[in-house]
Ligand binder design. Sequence first.
Ligand SMILES: [Fe+2]
Ligand SMILES: [Fe+2]
Length: 158
Amino acid sequence: MTSIYEVIKEDHRTHRDLMKRIAGTEGDSPERRKAWDAFYHEVKSHAAAEEETFYSKLISKTWGQDAARHSVHEHKELDDLMDELNEMDMSSPGWLNKFHKLEHDYNHHIDEEEDEVFTRAQEEIDEGEIENFGDRFLARKAEERKLVEEKLADHLED
Ligand SMILES: [Fe+2]
Ligand SMILES: [Fe+2]
């Protein structure tokens, strides 16, 4: 049984590594494309799975509603930034500038999740109430990954 907190933190470590990798790439290179693609799919499916498992649990608690709404709102902002980057020319100087904004905002988001939201959730939610959520998160994320790819394919056809 994997704890949802550990599963999410493990993902965040991957996201931090990918952001460092992307920041070290230049122009429209295969390295940048590969790392960006991995990051885009990872973070989109992670955020959706987080909302459907962890945050839907949090929102069922009176104290958790504001925290959950705040995080979901940030997901939307990050999502928009990622879509803008996805449509921009990777070799333009504006791409890296926008990426640095995303990097800054996303680091803030995941630090806040780990340091504030999880700490409170661990104090307030009984372990038994959330014990299978790590597995549920992983299952949802796999489903969401397929949806991210479908949406992207639809979008490219338009
Ligand atoms: Fe999140
Ligand atoms: Fe997260």
